[in-house]
Design a protein. Structure first.
Length: 185
């Protein structure tokens, strides 16, 4: 009963918070009203950045969703505490995705070459996390990666290349550990 009251209070809080956030950010933060977003989660959109949350998502304490000129689209996902998602291009998180605590997702990287102006300061490539994927605690997902449907990223992994559907990857950098259907459970 206490848990129902806790989550009910969060939903009521978001009924107030989301329209105010939408108004203050000039429409760059768009959510359906029935969301389970922690009051301690930060949703920030800068420049022409946009955050779109659809379906019913759970976003836990200490999570940072920051869009700096890019777009973050999340649909029916669970994002655990202290997760950082920063977008300068596009990050798409599809339905049924579970993201563990302390995960970092960045769709950009600093350009280490000599650049002439701030426009060339970053290398931008979109990230797609397909439906029912699972990302373990403290994993890092870097620019240009597509994580396939039903794939699992082990805790602490650093993902620098695409992960096929129904595959388990782990390590630094993340490599294929097993096919999910054949893995020992």
């Amino acid at each position: 009963m206490r848990r129902k009251i806790f989550y009910g209070t969060r939903i009521i809080y978001n009924f107030i918070r989301i329209p105010i956030k939408r108004l203050i950010s000039f429409g760059s933060v768009n959510c359906t009203l029935v969301q389970n977003i922690s009051p301690d989660a930060k949703l920030r959109a800068f420049r022409k950045g946009k955050i779109v949350i659809s379906g019913r998502c759970t976003i836990e304490d200490g999570t940072l969703l920051e869009s700096v000129g890019g777009e973050i689209k999340i649909s029916n996902a669970f994002i655990n505490r202290n997760t950082t998602i920063v977008s300068m291009a596009d990050i798409i998180i599809e339905s049924g995705v579970t993201i563990g605590p302390g995960v970092a997702i960045y769709d950009h990287d600093h350009n280490l070459g000599l650049y002439q102006d701030k426009k060339d300061a970053f290398i931008l490539k979109p990230i797609v996390i397909k439906e029912k994927a699972w990302i373990g605690a403290n994993a890092t997902v870097l620019k240009g990666v597509t994580i396939g449907k039903g794939a699992v990223v082990a805790a602490g992994a650093v993902v620098i290349r695409d992960v096929p559907d129904n595959t388990i990857v782990g390590g630094v950098p993340a490599i294929r550990l097993a096919e999910r259907d054949n893995a020992v459970r």
